[in-house]
Design a protein. Structure first.
Ligand code: GDP
Ligand code: IMO
Ligand code: MG
Length: 420
């Protein structure tokens, strides 16, 4: 079998959690491949809403295995809180979850470093979620990280202390002096909790599962435009959010990847700083925010909103090799008399569809207008039932990208999903 990959094509929050939950019945294993508690994946069913940060979005299904891959950075404190808030019971979660021994740990000082670094940037701040993501991946890349497998070492505390001392020297440079005692107590308690969970060589585990004919879905976090290499650098996260990240974040050879499901909103959002060419600072943007409830699932920050950016979407499709598109939140556009899509940029006086090196270099945006629809689509259960204007909009995206839209989401609940 080959592993399918599901990932975001925009700036995150496309609705990955919802769709992973919807697709889980078709798979035996769901595996998160990168990111950490910066992610907030929302799942709604039976009138309840759950937000996941570290735990893969297949967790609510019985008899399915969820894996936290080596590419993920885990904060034990967030992990513990999350397990305890799922409403499943720790034992149930334990049975459904495996954690890679090679996943890195977020330490209390990583969060302090994140805050100190962001504060030092002033106006130029990234708008990080301040969950310690950047510093944890920095330590991973500089070969100073602590991994889940290290928790079994007898000298773990000393190993930890050496790292903390390095961090404290940097923090002192920033003028950041913080009492660590309470944070460390909470962290070490949470580490004991984490140690009760099953750890594996996830690479071998997934290999065996695929050989045995099991179906595996890789779940991404963030989105392509936040990728450390291909996103709007430096306003990005610190991991590879693209399809290649599933290979390195789980130990999958490139030839063993199957479908790549690319998720995008029918419009665009971004939370945090950085370029966002189609951003709307007007009533339309506010309407998207209100109707789409565009407030961060992790930080509660209002999300910036704007029209669909086709050059950026096509770029993401190219980088990821997307085979199927899933369009989310079409219902949020109901009631707009006109819907716009940016189909090209003007750069140095010329029209182009390629993304320039720096998106701040875009001088103008060229839009195509579509007629809106004014009916409730949240109860539609097939593509045929959708208003003709929305079908036109989707048809245009399929024609422009050359990729079929095979899921259309029309509401936050599991059930508000049109397939095929
Ligand atoms: P993720 O990070 O990609 O999993 O997405 P988030 O959970 O951060 O943000 C998506 C938000 O949109 C959540 O509040 C979802 O409940 C909600 N959502 C998902 N799909 C739809 C949809 O089709 N329509 C509406 N109105 N909301 C949706
Ligand atoms: P999900 O998985 C949206 C953004 C932050 C900030 C930048 C860097 O829910 O789609 P970081 O904390 O990684 O140092 O922040 O990336 N960001 C996200 N935006 N959705 C996310 O995850 C995000 N994770 C990080 O707002 O701009
Ligand atoms: Mg999110």
């Amino acid at each position: 079998m080959k592993i399918d990959i599901l990932l975001g094509l925009q700036w995150g929050d496309e609705g990955k959690g919802k769709i992973v939950d919807v697709l889980t019945p078709q798979y035996e294993i769901v595996a998160r491949f990168q990111g950490g508690p910066n992610a907030g994946h929302t799942i709604e069913f039976n009138g309840a809403k759950h937000v996941l940060h570290l735990i893969p979005s297949g967790i609510f299904h019985k008899d399915k295995i969820n894996i936290i891959g080596n590419g993920v950075v885990i904060d034990p404190v967030v992990f513990r809180r999350e397990v305890e808030s799922l409403g499943l019971g720790t034992e149930e979660v334990r049975e459904r979850l495996l954690i890679s021994l090679k996943a890195h740990l977020i330490m209390p000082t990583h969060k302090l470093l994140d805050a100190a670094h962001e504060a030092s940037l002033g106006e130029a701040k990234i708008g990080s979620t301040l969950r310690g993501i950047g510093p944890a991946y920095t330590d991973k890349a500089s070969r100073n990280g602590l991994r889940v497998g290290d928790l079994l070492r007898k000298d773990f505390r000393e190993f930890y202390r050496t790292r903390v001392n390095d961090h404290l020297r940097i923090l002192q440079g920033y003028g950041y002096i913080n009492d660590l005692k309470a944070l460390e107590e909470e962290w070490f308690d949470a580490v004991e909790f984490l140690k009760k969970f099953n750890t594996v060589n996830a690479d071998y585990h997934i290999d065996m599962a695929l050989r045995a004919g099991k179906r595996v879905l890789a779940e991404g976090a963030q989105g392509t435009m936040l990728d450390i290499d291909f996103g709007t650098y430096p306003y990005v996260t610190s991991s590879n959010t693209v399809a290649a990240g599933a290979c390195t974040g789980l130990g999958i050879a490139p030839g063993r990847t199957g479908d790549v499901f690319g998720i995008f909103k029918a419009y665009c959002t971004r939370v945090g700083s950085g370029p966002f060419p189609t951003e709307l600072d007007d009533a339309d943007g506010q309407r998207m925010r209100d109707l789409g409830n565009e407030y961060g699932a992790t930080t509660g920050r209002p999300r910036r909103c704007g029209w669909l950016d086709l050059p950026a979407l096509k770029y993401a499709i190219m980088i990821n090799g997307v085979t199927q598109l899933f369009m989310m939140k079409a219902d949020v556009l109901s009631g707009f008399s006109e819907i716009k899509v940016c189909h090209s940029y003007t750069v140095e006086g010329k029209e182009q569809t390629e993304l320039p090196y720096c998106l701040y270099d875009i001088e103008g945006l060229n839009y195509r207008s579509f007629r809106g629809w004014d009916c409730d689509i949240t109860r539609c259960s097939s593509r045929e039932e959708l208003p003709v204007e929305l079908k036109e909009y989707i048809g245009f995206i399929e024609k422009e990208t050359g990729v079929p839209v095979t899921i259309i989401s029309v509401g936050p609940d599991r059930s508000a999903t049109i397939r095929g």
